[in-house]
Design a protein around this ligand. Structure first.
Ligand code: ATP
Length: 264
């Protein structure tokens, strides 16, 4: 389903999570967690292993349904909506471990994930071949410019299997950009990436954010979080533990305690 165009585009918060809770057969992974992400903001979500970050992230992305609470995207209640509806509202996510189609070229990896095309319909191919060709040409041009943006255009015709871990993260970002998102959920973009490619990834994220894309970043690399985010939320034990500037949150005694293995 493609949701109707939003009248709530003026809403300041592009993501508003209210008292989200998620239980897994009795175990509470996230408990009464609220957060907001403003339009064009870059927010970091940190916390020790098992804090509930991924569960929170998956509830926002739509791959997990909350046990309780409410989730708004650009003012629309999407609490029970599937991920595809959230894409329609401008929200996209990356995966911590990208899984591209290894035997397909980079450009085809982007095109296969592209929006529904007229060309996918056999009837349209017969009745409106001109429109189909024009649309395919536009999508290809768009995919090329996105590959250029993520610095992978020199590999456009190579199969995705030749990519390094960091390049896969860049391809993953490119895949997401095909949907023209207003909000991107980034799941550990620095994990397993070598330092020079990490700088490329950081510069691309900064550029996207400068152009107005809101970003929610889950990341264990505190240096990266400090460089990118003006605001950080720390979770522990499934709950909101602290919030503020990266420096303030990193110096918060409760946060230090949680990272050292104490009970918040
Ligand atoms: N599908 C599941 N079934 C049962 N328990 C789960 C499931 N997913 C997560 N949990 C539990 O919920 C808690 C929070 O996990 P979550 O993965 O959200 O934490 P995290 O902060 O993302 O951790 P990490 O940084 O290690 O990825 C953990 O105790 C985890 O074992």
């Amino acid at each position: 389903m493609n949701p109707a165009p939003s009248t709530a585009a003026e809403t300041e918060d592009v993501v508003e999570a209210i008292d989200l809770t998620r239980r897994f057969s009795g175990m509470v992974a996230v408990s009464g967690m609220s957060l907001t992400l403003g339009a064009g903001e870059m927010l970091g979500l940190i916390g020790p292993n098992g804090a509930g970050k991924t569960t929170m992230f998956n509830m926002i992305a739509g791959s997990l349904r909350p046990s309780a609470g409410q989730l708004l995207i650009s003012g629309h209640d999407v609490t029970t909506a599937p991920p595809e509806d959230r894409i329609g509202y401008g929200l996209a996510r990356t995966f911590q471990i990208p899984r591209p189609f290894s035997e397909m070229t980079l450009i085809d990896n982007l095109l296969v994930g592209g929006q529904a095309q007229v060309g996918e319909s056999l009837i349209a191919n017969f009745l409106r071949p001109g429109i189909v060709c024009a649309q395919e040409r536009r999508l290809r041009e768009k995919a090329r410019s996105i590959l250029d943006f993520v610095t992978l255009s020199h590999l456009e015709t190579q199969p995705a299997r030749v990519l390094s871990g960091g390049q896969r993260k860049l391809l993953e970002l490119a895949r997401v950009l095909m949907a023209d998102p207003r909000v991107i959920l980034l799941d550990e973009p620095a994990a397993g990436v070598n330092p020079s490619l990490l700088e490329v990834i950081i510069s691309r994220i900064v550029e996207l954010n400068r152009s107005g894309t809101a970003i929610l970043l889950i990341e264990h690399n505190m240096d990266m979080v400090s460089r990118l985010c003006s605001r950080v939320i720390a979770m522990a034990g499934g709950k909101h533990l602290a919030e503020g500037s990266p420096a303030d949150v990193a110096a918060n005694p409760d946060v230090i305690e949680a990272y050292l293995g104490g009970t918040p």
